[in-house]
Design a protein around this ligand. Structure first.
Ligand SMILES: Cc1cc2nc3c(=O)[nH]c(=O)nc-3n(C[C@H](O)[C@H](O)[C@H](O)COP(=O)(O)OP(=O)(O)OC[C@H]3O[C@@H](n4cnc5c(N)ncnc54)[C@H](O)[C@@H]3O)c2cc1C
Length: 446
C-alpha cells in the first residue's frame, strides 16, 4: 500500500515485535480497509499475532438507538468476517483509551494501528494514546481516497481550491485494495458475539429493535452501490435536486459507519463511460466529501461561529438583531412544530427514516438560521438534530453541511438580505420551482 497513507503519532520505535493491534474506530469493515491492511502487513512481516479491538464509549455525541442498531448490526457481520479471516476480534463497551491501553498490556502488543478521525472527540482519544502508549502508534487514513494530510496542509477555502489538489493526486492513491486472506500467525481465534440488546441497555438506550429503513452492513452497502449504478446513476445529475425522485445513492449511512469505503465506490465508478451523471456524483463523493473532511481536520471550530469565514461572521453579526417573523425553540424544531409544512416534512423524514434527502438538508439548515435567535443558537440546534437523527450524522460532512447552510462555509457571499446578510438564502418558492413540494409534504406529514 502507499506508505503516504500512514503517519506515526508518537516517536517510539518497536523493540521486539510480538503482536500487532488494529484499534478499529471509524472503518468498521474487514476488507477494503487501509488501516487493517497496514496492521495485517506489519504482523505478517514479523510473523506475529494480529488483534482487532472495537471500543464503544458511554456516549458518542447525540447518537440515538437507531444509529447504534445500524452500527452494531454492521459490527456483527464484521465480527464474523474477521473470524473467517482468523483474526482475533474483541468488542468492549468501555472508554476507548483505557480499553486500548489494557489490550496492549494483556496481549503484549508491540505496535498499534488505528484509522483516521477528524472530529474533536475521536481525535482527543488519539492524542491521549499517542502520549500514553509505550509502543509505536500509527494512524492510517482509510477514509479519504487521497489522505487528508496529503491533499493539503491547511484548511481549504472552497471546492474551487481543493478540487485541483484532489484530482492531481487521484492517480497516485486510487489503487485497488489487496484482498486479505486468512491470517496465518494467530492461534485459538474465537468468535466474538455482538449482543445488541445487551450493549444498548448498557448504554442506557432503547433496546427494542427499530425498523431501520436501510439494511445495515458491508453486504448491504455493496448491494446499495450496485443498485445505484444500475438503476439510479443515469438520473443523478438532474434528479438529485428533487426529493421525490429516487436519484441519490443512499450510501451516506454506509460511508459514515465505515461499512463501505469511498475508494471502493470510486473504483467502481471510474471504469464507467464518461457522463454528466458520473462526474456530478464523483464531485459529491470525492470532492465535497473530502472537502468536509479537510474542514473538520484543520478547523478546530468546525461546529461553532468562530469556525466561519470572516466575511460570514461579519455579515451575520451585522444582522443578528434583525427582527424574526418566526422564532422556534430546539424542542419545537425537534417536534416538527413550525408553520412551514415543507420544513416539518423534512424533519419528519429524518426522524422516520434516519436520512433526510440531500436537497432538503440545505433548506432545513437555512430555515433554522432564519427562525432562531442567532447564528450560534442555529448552529447548535442544527448540529444537535443532525447528530441525533441522521444515520450519517456525527460526521465531518454533517458539521460542514450545517456550517455551509448557516454560515456560508465553502460558499461565496450573495446579495444582502435580512437575518442572512450575505449568506445564501433559500425559500419555499424556490423549492416549488424545483420539485413537487405537495407530494413531498403529503408523504412525510404526520
Ligand atoms: C445541513 C446539512 C447537513 C448534512 N449532514 C450530513 C451528515 O450528517 N452526513 C453526511 O454524510 N452528509 C451530510 N450532508 C451532506 C449531504 O447532504 C449528504 O451527504 C447526502 O444527502 C447523503 O445522501 P446520499 O448518500 O444519498 O447522497 P449522494 O448524493 O448519493 O452522494 C454520495 C455521497 O457523496 C457525499 N456527499 C454528497 N453531498 C455531499 C455534501 N454536500 N458534502 C459532503 N459530502 C457529500 C456523501 O458521502 C454521499 O454519501 C449534509 C448537508 C447539509 C446541507
Amino acid at each position: 500500500m502507499n506508505p503516504k497513507r500512514i503517519r506515526q503519532l508518537n516517536q517510539i520505535k518497536e523493540q521486539n515485535s510480538n503482536a500487532v493491534l488494529y484499534w478499529m474506530d471509524r472503518e468498521r469493515r474487514s476488507q477494503d480497509n487501509w488501516a487493517l491492511i497496514a496492521a495485517y502487513g506489519h504482523a505478517k512481516r514479523n510473523k506475529v499475532p494480529l488483534h482487532v479491538l472495537y471500543a464503544i464509549p458511554a456516549a458518542f455525541y447525540e447518537a440515538g438507538s437507531r444509529s447504534y442498531q445500524f452500527m452494531l448490526k454492521g459490527l456483527q457481520e464484521t465480527a464474523q468476517t474477521l473470524f473467517d479471516l482468523n483474526i482475533h476480534f474483541t468488542l468492549k463497551v468501555e472508554d476507548p483509551v483505557q480499553t486500548v491501553l489494557q489490550c496492549v498490556k494483556q496481549n503484549k502488543i508491540s505496535a498499534v494501528y488505528t484509522d483516521l478521525a477528524s472530529l474533536r472527540l475521536p481525535r482527543s482519544w488519539r492524542t491521549q494514546l499517542a502520549k500514553s502508549l509505550d509502543v509505536p502508534f500509527f494512524e492510517v487514513d482509510a477514509r479519504s481516497v487521497v489522505p487528508v494530510f496529503e491533499t493539503s496542509n491547511k484548511k481549504e477555502y472552497s471546492a474551487r481550491t481543493i478540487r485541483p489538489k484532489l484530482h492531481s493526486k487521484l492517480a497516485e492513491f486510487l489503487d485497488e485494495f489487496p484482498k486479505l486472506s486468512p491470517f496465518k500467525y494467530n492461534t485459538g481465534v474465537e468468535a466474538c458475539k455482538v449482543d445488541i440488546a445487551f450493549i444498548l441497555k448498557k448504554l442506557g438506550l432503547d433496546s427494542r429493535p427499530i425498523d431501520l429503513h436501510f439494511q445495515p452492513g458491508v453486504k448491504a452497502a455493496k448491494k446499495m452501490l450496485s443498485s445505484f449504478i444500475k438503476d439510479h446513476l443515469s438520473i443523478y445529475d438532474k434528479g438529485r435536486s428533487d426529493p421525490n425522485a429516487q436519484a441519490l445513492s443512499n450510501l451516506s449511512p454506509y460511508l459514515h459507519f465505515g461499512q463501505i469505503s469511498a475508494q471502493r465506490v470510486l473504483l467502481n465508478l471510474v471504469s464507467l463511460p464518461e457522463s454528466d451523471n458520473k462526474n456530478s456524483f464523483i464531485e459529491e463523493l470525492f470532492v465535497r466529501r473530502e472537502l468536509a473532511e479537510n474542514f473538520c481536520f484543520y478547523e478546530p471550530n468546525y461546529d461553532n461561529f468562530s469556525g466561519l469565514h470572516v466575511w460570514a461572521q461579519t455579515t451575520l453579526n451585522q444582522h443578528r438583531n434583525d427582527p424574526r417573523e418566526f422564532l422556534y425553540s430546539q424542542q419545537e424544531f425537534e417536534e416538527s412544530n413550525t408553520h412551514d409544512f415543507l420544513w416539518n416534512a423534512a424533519q419528519n423524514q429524518m426522524k422516520l427514516e434516519g436520512k433526510m434527502h440531500g436537497f432538503m438538508r440545505m433548506y432545513w439548515g437555512k430555515k433554522i438560521l432564519e427562525w432562531s435567535k442567532g447564528p450560534e443558537e442555529a448552529l447548535k440546534i442544527a448540529n444537535y438534530l443532525n447528530n441525533k437523527y441522521e444515520l450519517d450524522g456525527r460526521d465531518p460532512s454533517g458539521y460542514t453541511g450545517v456550517a455551509w447552510s448557516i454560515g456560508g462555509v465553502h460558499d461565496r457571499a450573495w446579495f444582502e438580505r435580512p437575518i442572512f446578510g450575505k449568506v445564501r438564502y433559500m425559500n419555499f418558492n424556490g423549492c416549488k420551482r424545483k420539485f413537487n413540494v405537495e407530494a413531498y409534504i403529503e408523504k412525510y406529514s404526520n
